[in-house]
Design a protein around this ligand. Structure first.
Ligand SMILES: *Cc1c(COP(=O)(O)O)cnc(C)c1O
Length: 426
């Protein structure tokens, strides 16, 4: 298996590091769960793009692994992950939560990263790559604004021009994140077509990229989009499971947990948490989708449950669509999980039975968020609370080691939590 992040930046106090391993990603993944040389995860993935986008995507495809393997790239990436993002993120043994579930629950604290979530691992990696590709401008699209903020952040860090496309409706809904992006120096351009939400912002970003192929890099925020994006983003996020291995070894004596739970919107935090365990069949990988009001209602975002095979954002995957192939607007209370598709790796993991797919409703997730706040003093992002809610759906042994990837912090969701509580108490 390839290794993205090298070992040299681990804290000196950790005496349980594994021996130094080859930090260079191999050009091919021998694992049946990794992308193949044609850009596919089994029957899914690929690069279904308009001809005019081909040169951009092809340049990226030819160069991403080579650039990521360069020692100077790794040096800069590792240094910034440590000093700017604040990695390694702690692996915290949640004692009171463990007592409640009668097992051993660890939280991987991506919520403690700079900007409050895992997304910055990827945007940082991609901007370093963009610099080495000689690009001067960055574009991104955003729905809830979290990826826009993570992109604007690294653009400020690198002094690069940043344009974020965002649906006009989302701009109105997500004002605080728009203000953050503006303060970070980004330009936020409203998408005025269609439903004026994420998919329209994506179209605008694509159009911009077609018109500015040589000087612009497009930072996609999850393990979605045409090859090589899903693999590239997974590699940048793989630092999560790389740290988990030595942290678990130090705290439990073994590298492999029994379960890893992560919420899945597009799937990047889960891909990072699963990455180094994909071939360790005894590790149960649990992907938790947003059920919204319930998978049997028309307000849901549980793509692997409701979706059918189709092509979305340049990739063959599962997506929620009508009988004639129109994308169905998903619903989740958490803006980050409100996506009609899913990364192609998940369509493959589902087909192969390698991961367990669960879903949690809005109500279950919010309540799980309150539970974590009250029992552990941690307010999770509502996205991450979906992974916590799934703890109720699994049967643990007292000796099990369970890791929940806490993808982000809940400050951004305070209003939603407050409104929920008000309604509950009425
Ligand atoms: C964006 C986001 C997600 C969903 O994105 P993935 O690519 O599925 O990880 C989950 N949690 C948080 C905190 C987010 O900001």
């Amino acid at each position: 298996m390839s290794k993205l992040a090298n070992e040299q930046m681990k804290p000196e106090t950790q005496n349980s590091k594994p021996e130094t391993q080859n930090p260079k990603p191999k050009t091919q993944n021998p694992s049946p769960f990794q992308v193949d040389e044609n850009g596919y995860y089994g029957n899914f993935g690929g690069a279904f793009i308009p001809e005019m986008l081909y040169p951009n995507v092809e340049e990226l495809r030819q160069r991403y692994l080579g650039i990521m393997a360069e020692p100077s790239f790794q040096q800069e990436f590792q240094q910034l992950l440590k000093d700017y993002v604040g990695r390694p993120s702690p692996l915290y043994f949640a004692k009171r939560l463990s007592e409640k579930y009668q097992t051993n629950i660890f939280l991987k604290r991506e919520d403690l990263n700079h900007t409050g979530a895992h997304k910055v691992n990827n945007t940082l990696g991609q901007i370093l790559l963009a610099k080495r590709l000689g690009k001067q401008k960055i574009i991104a699209e955003t729905g809830a604004g979290q990826h826009g903020v993570a992109t604007a952040t690294v653009c400020a860090l690198m002094g690069m021009e940043c344009i974020v496309y965002m649906g006009e409706v989302d701009i109105a809904r997500q004002r605080p994140n728009v203000e953050r992006m503006l303060m970070l120096g980004a330009q936020v351009i409203p998408a005025l077509t269609g439903s004026r939400t994420l998919k329209d912002a994506t179209n605008e970003a694509m159009r911009h990229w077609i018109n500015h192929p040589t000087d612009t890099h497009y930072i996609i925020g999850s393990v979605v989009g045409p090859h090589p994006y899903p693999d590239m983003v997974a590699r940048f996020q793989s630092v999560i499971s790389e740290e988990m291995r030595w942290q678990l070894k130090a705290q439990t004596g073994r590298e492999n947990p029994d379960y890893i739970l992560a919420c899945v919107g597009g799937g990047s935090n889960a891909a990072g948490a699963f990455y180094h365990y994909l071939d360790e069949e005894e590790v149960k990988l649990v992907a938790v989708e947003a059920a919204g009001h319930g998978v049997h209602t028309d307000k849901s975002a549980a793509t692997t449950f409701l979706g059918k095979v189709g092509i979305l954002h340049g990739s063959k995957t599962l997506l929620m669509q009508t009988a004639d192939g129109q994308v169905i607007e998903p619903h989740s209370i958490s803006a980050g999980l409100d996506y009609p598709g899913i990364g192609p790796i998940y369509a493959h993991l589902k087909e192969k039975g390698r991961a367990i797919f669960l879903s949690a409703t809005d109500a279950e997730s919010i309540e799980a968020g309150f539970l974590l706040a009250e029992m552990e003093g941690i307010i999770p992002a509502i996205e991450s609370a979906h992974a916590l809610a799934a703890l109720d759906q699994l049967d643990f042994q007292a000796s099990d080691v369970v890791v929940v990837n806490l993808s982000g912090r809940g400050d951004k969701d305070l209003q939603t939590y407050i409104e929920w509580k008000k309604k509950r108490n009425e």
